[in-house]
Design a protein around this ligand. Structure first.
Ligand SMILES: [Fe+2]
Ligand SMILES: [Fe+2]
Length: 179
């Protein structure tokens, strides 16, 4: 498998989650209510899987290695755009967390914010995935030898291996902070 293989496989799971969110969002809009626990779980998926695990491999490994390569202007432009997309995704998720917290505290007006942020995520993210799958991953492959690509694939595996430990360490630390 080429290094981009696992990234593209992860895109498929992210797309499936986006479809789940889309379907739940229709019900939220129809019923004018939301289950904050569903939003918590969507946030957990986005933060731990899509952002930390998936964007983590893109930014900390693929993009970092590309910074040492002589990228042509167009590839550099697309990479900058992808990094900005990741930042935008994080900002949207933060706003979603705040809205969900407010809704939980009884602020009904936060429902519109939750709807808005979820809609933003399901609208913007598929475009980001398309840019990577159809444009950037192919273009970036040309900067690596076969050996470099396979070394990157191993690094991806090592990165993933750490994630489950990081996730549950943070769960325990979260509980420990509650006095
Ligand atoms: Fe990305
Ligand atoms: Fe991606």
């Amino acid at each position: 498998m080429q290094a981009r293989g696992p990234l593209m496989i992860e895109h498929r799971l992210i797309e499936r989650m986006l479809l789940v969110i889309k379907n739940v969002l229709e019900k939220i809009i129809a019923k004018h209510e939301v289950d904050p626990v569903f939003v918590d779980m969507a946030i957990d998926f986005i933060q731990v899987y899509a952002d930390r695990t998936h964007h983590g491999k893109e930014e900390d490994i693929l993009f970092r290695k590309l910074k040492g390569k002589p990228l042509v202007t167009e590839d550099q432009r697309v990479m900058n755009e992808l990094i900005e997309d990741h930042v935008f995704g994080r900002q949207t998720t933060k706003a979603l967390i705040a809205a969900n917290n407010n809704y939980r505290k009884g602020d009904d007006s936060a429902l519109a914010d939750i709807v808005d942020r979820l809609q933003t995520l399901i609208d913007f993210y598929p475009k980001h995935i398309l840019k990577e799958d159809n444009v950037f991953f192919q273009a970036s492959r040309a900067y690596f030898t076969d050996e470099e690509d396979q070394a990157m694939l191993s690094e991806f595996g090592e990165f993933d291996r750490r994630m489950i430990h990081e996730k549950y360490k943070s769960v325990v630390e979260g509980f420990e902070k509650i006095k």
